[in-house]
Design a protein around this ligand. Structure first.
Ligand code: SF4
Length: 91
């Protein structure tokens, strides 16, 4: 029996419009051991990019549904995503 797989392009297509496309990913993902002021500064920088991003909604939805464990996606940190998932489970 032959199985057919659907193209997955639509799953990733939103990334073509991403404001962070081509940027250094270190703005969005923390280096090992990063804390305090350095972390807040990097997260603020990433949020500023996400704030002007035309695909922040699909980005945020993707990160939530795929439970991305690290980084800023759609302007949200991993801690914020974990809190959102826990809140949804309680409701
Ligand atoms: S919302 Fe932020 S992380 Fe997501 S694609 Fe846009 S700029 Fe990149």
């Amino acid at each position: 029996m032959k199985t057919r797989t659907k193209p997955l392009l639509h799953v990733w297509e939103w990334q073509l419009e991403a404001a962070c496309r081509g940027m250094d990913s270190s703005v969005f993902f923390p280096p090992a051991g990063e804390r305090g002021r350095a972390r807040r500064r990097r997260e603020d920088e990433a949020r500023a990019v996400c704030g002007s991003c035309p695909v922040s909604e699909p980005c945020s939805r993707f990160a939530l549904t795929s439970q991305q464990p690290y980084g800023i996606w759609g302007g949200h940190t991993e801690t914020e995503r974990r809190s959102a998932v826990q809140k949804m489970r309680r409701e």
